[in-house]
Design a protein around this ligand. Structure first.
Ligand code: SF4
Length: 487
C-alpha cells in the first residue's frame, strides 16, 4: 500500500492550502495570534492532579492507590507510569459512570473499597479523585466515614484521601495534597513531646527519576545520617526482575512515616510540589524544617551537602568531595561543547530551577524557559536566577504557556536544543533540533529514570548526554573534509 493510500483524508482542503498554512505557522504573525490564545491549551507540559496523587500513594508500603472517578482517567495514570518506568503500576478505581455522575459516587466508592480490600489486602488505601466527582461535588470525608460505619472497610484501616480536581492545578499539586493527607493520617496521635528519633525526613517531591532517590540515599549513607524518605518510589518503580511478581514492592514503611513527626529534621527538596505539606509540617512536626531547591549542578549540590553538614553536625564525606572534583573536571573538559549554546527548557517549576542553574554553570544560555501552569512567584524566582549570570541575560520566562506556544518561539527565535519531557518531541522535530529528555514522562526512550540528574553524578550525566549529542550531530552532518577523529 502506498503512503498516500494508507492515509485516510479527513478534509477537503487542497494540498496548496495545507502547504501555505504549514509555512504560516512558522511566522511571527502566527506567533502573535498563538500567544493571544486564551481558551485553549495545546500539548501542555504537565499532567493532571490525580496522577501526582497516585505517585505518592504508590510510594508507601503495602498501599493501594484508589481512584474515585472514571475508569478512563485511572487507565491514563497507570499507563503513563507503566510507560515511563516500564514497570507495573498497581492501582484500582471505582469506575464511576453516568449514574454516578447523576446520583453521586458514594455507592461506587462503597463497592470499590470493599472489593479492593477483599482482593488486594492493602495495609493502606489512598483515595483521590478525578474531575467528574469534583464537578458534581462528591463529599469524600462523609463517604469514607460512611464506608467505615457501614462495615465496607475495617475501622482501623488507614484511608487518607485527597481532592484532586484537574481543572485546577497539575500533577505536582495532586502530589502535595496526597502526601499531606497520608502524613496527617499516619502521624495522628504519634507526636510525643521531647522525643526525637534523630532522623532526617527527606521529601524528594514529584520526581520520575528513581535513580535520583537512590542518589539521595547514597549521599545520606555516606554522611552516616539516619533517614526516612517520605514517599519513596525507588523500589516501587525499579524493582528487580527475579521471576516474582510483587503487588507492593518497596515504599516508605508506614511505621517510619508515622514516627517521622518526631524527626530531627524535615527537608523538602522541591518547594513547589510540597508547599501545603510543608506548611502543615511546619506547624505539626518536631525538629527543624527546611525547603530547598533540588541539587542540580555543582552550586546547588554544594548547598545541599553543606546544609546536611550543618543540620547534623557532620563533615562532608571525603568521597563526596572527590566526586565533586571529578564533576568539576568533567565540566571543564566539556564546557566548550555547551558554552554559548541556546536552550529552550520546559517542565515542572522545581526541575526548571535546577536545570537552568546547571546550564548557567556550563556557560550555556537558557533562552526560552516555559512552565505550563505555575505562579508569578515562580516567574520571579526564575528571573532572579537568570539575573545571577551573564548567560541568563537574554533568557525569557513564559508561565502558563504550553508546548504549542513553545513551538512558535522555536520557529521565530531559534535555539540549539530543548530540555524537557517526551511531550516536547513534536516541537523539537519541527524546529529540527535535539530534545534532551529530562523530566516526566519520558515514554519514548528507555532507562533514563535509572540515571540520576541530581548531585555531582547527575551533573556529569546531563553534561555527557548533551555534549555527546551535539558531537554526534556534528559527525552526522559535517562535510567530508571536516569529519574528524578527534572532536
Ligand atoms: S484531566 Fe480530569 S478527566 Fe482528564 S484524565 Fe485527568 S482527571 Fe481525568
Amino acid at each position: 500500500m502506498s503512503a498516500e493510500a494508507a492515509v485516510k483524508l479527513v478534509t477537503e482542503t487542497p494540498p496548496e492550502e495545507i502547504a501555505r498554512v504549514e509555512k504560516w505557522i512558522d511566522t511571527e504573525e502566527y506567533k502573535e495570534k498563538n500567544f493571544a490564545r486564551e481558551a485553549l491549551v495545546v500539548n501542555p507540559a504537565h499532567a493532571c492532579q490525580p496522577l501526582g496523587a497516585q505517585m505518592v500513594a504508590t510510594a508507601f508500603e503495602g498501599t493501594l492507590p484508589f481512584v474515585h472517578g472514571s475508569q478512563g482517567c485511572a487507565s491514563y495514570f497507570r499507563s503513563t507510569f507503566s510507560r515511563h518506568f516500564r514497570e507495573p503500576a498497581a492501582a484500582t478505581c471505582d469506575a464511576m459512570t453516568e449514574d454516578g455522575a447523576v446520583f453521586g459516587g458514594q455507592n461506587n466508592l462503597f463497592e470499590g473499597l470493599e472489593n479492593a480490600y477483599a482482593l488486594y489486602k492493602p495495609k493502606m488505601l489512598a483515595v483521590y479523585t478525578t474531575c467528574m466527582p469534583e464537578v458534581i461535588g462528591d463529599d469524600l470525608t462523609a463517604f469514607i466515614k460512611n464506608a467505615r460505619l457501614q462495615g465496607h472497610v475495617p475501622e482501623d484501616l488507614p484511608i487518607p484521601y485527597a481532592n484532586t480536581p484537574s481543572f485546577n492545578g497539575t500533577h505536582i499539586h495532586g502530589y502535595d495534597s496526597m502526601l499531606k493527607s497520608i502524613l496527617e493520617t499516619l502521624t495522628a496521635g504519634q507526636k510525643i513531646e521531647g522525643k526525637c528519633t534523630g532522623k532526617l525526613n527527606l521529601i524528594p517531591g514529584f520526581d520520575g527519576n528513581t535513580a535520583n532517590i537512590r542518589e539521595y540515599k547514597r549521599i545520606l549513607e555516606l554522611f552516616g545520617i539516619p533517614y526516612t524518605v517520605l514517599a519513596d518510589i525507588s523500589e516501587v518503580f525499579d524493582s528487580p526482575c527475579d521471576g516474582h511478581y510483587r503487588l507492593y514492592p518497596g515504599g516508605t514503611k508506614l511505621e517510619d512515616a508515622a514516627e517521622s513527626i518526631n524527626g530531627k529534621v524535615t527537608l523538602a527538596l522541591q518547594k513547589y510540589s510540597t508547599t501545603n505539606t510543608m506548611k502543615w509540617i511546619e506547624e505539626e512536626y518536631s525538629g527543624e524544617k527546611v525547603a530547598m531547591p533540588m541539587p542540580f549542578g555543582i552550586k546547588k549540590t554544594d548547598e545541599f551537602l553543606m546544609k546536611l553538614a550543618e543540620l547534623f553536625g557532620k563533615p562532608v564525606p571525603e568521597e563526596l568531595k572527590a566526586e565533586r572534583g571529578r564533576a568539576v573536571d568533567a565540566m571543564t573538559d566539556a564546557h566548550q561543547y555547551l558554552h554559548g549554546k541556546k536552550f529552550a527548557v520546559a517542565g515542572d517549576p522545581d526541575y526548571l530551577l535546577g536545570i537552568v542553574s546547571f546550564l548557567l554553570e556550563m556557560g550555556a544560555i537558557p533562552y526560552h524557559v516555559l512552565c505550563s501552569r505555575t505562579t508569578k512567584k515562580f516567574e520571579k524566582e526564575m528571573k532572579a536566577l537568570l539575573a545571577t549570570s551573564p548567560f541568563g541575560a537574554t533568557g525569557k520566562v513564559y508561565i502558563n504557556k504550553d508546548l504549542w506556544h513553545l513551538r512558535s518561539l522555536l520557529m521565530t527565535d531559534p535555539v540549539d536544543g530543548i530540555i524537557g519531557d517526551t511531550h516536547a518531541k513534536w516541537a523539537a522535530r519541527d524546529a529540527k533540533i535535539p530534545l534532551f529528555r529530562i523530566g516526566f514522562p519520558i515514554i519514548d526512550r528507555v532507562n533514563l529514570h535509572r540515571s540520576p540528574v541530581i548531585g555531582y553524578q547527575g551533573a556529569v550525566n546531563m553534561l555527557t548526554m548533551i555534549a555527546n549529542k551535539f558531537l554526534d550531530m556534528k559527525d552526522e552532518t559535517c562535510e567530508n573534509q571536516w569529519f574528524e577523529m578527534m572532536r
